[in-house]
Design a protein around this ligand. Structure first.
Ligand SMILES: [Ca+2]
Ligand SMILES: [Ca+2]
Length: 144
């Protein structure tokens, strides 16, 4: 039963991917972007998204206009994104290996501060913060 629901979800997600373009953003964020129903550390969240052939969410400045609506629609708070500087301190990357360009960042004032070795990025309606990757947050995956 669980597998059937999962299969339906994947089919719906694939269908919505066809409809979504960079110009027509999906009004139904939940269809295109999977949002976890539990909190976990960054590595487990990353594994969960990749296990579904997705990536942890990339809330760039380019799409930030509706990112807060998305975050609010899933209950607010802070959620994991794919941004991290685990490879090299201060060199931010998404989980597909692409560079997080400074112009597309939405850091809170004073962040990133690498407090106690924070290497993984959360997003809230106020912007991004680097957090300890070992901490537990909900997360969102995306497919594109
Ligand atoms: Ca860091
Ligand atoms: Ca921080």
């Amino acid at each position: 039963m669980g597998e059937l629901i999962y299969a339906k979800k994947i089919i719906i997600q694939l269908f919505l991917r066809v409809l979504c373009t960079p110009i027509i953003f999906c009004a139904d964020y939940n269809g295109w972007r999977y949002f976890s129903q539990y909190s976990t550390n960054w590595w487990a969240a990353n594994g969960h998204c990749q296990g579904m052939n997705g990536e942890l969410w990339k809330p760039t400045a380019y799409i930030w206009g509706w990112a807060p609506s998305f975050i609010n629609s899933i209950g607010g708070g802070s959620i994991w994104t794919g941004g991290n500087d685990q490879g090299s301190e201060g060199s931010w990357r998404w989980t597909d290996g692409s560079i997080v360009h400074w112009g597309e960042t939405k850091w809170w004032p004073g962040e990133p501060n690498d407090l106690d070795g924070e290497d993984c990025v959360t997003a809230s309606v106020d912007g991004w913060n680097d957090e300890g990757c070992w901490r537990d947050f909900n997360f969102a995956c995306q497919w594109r």
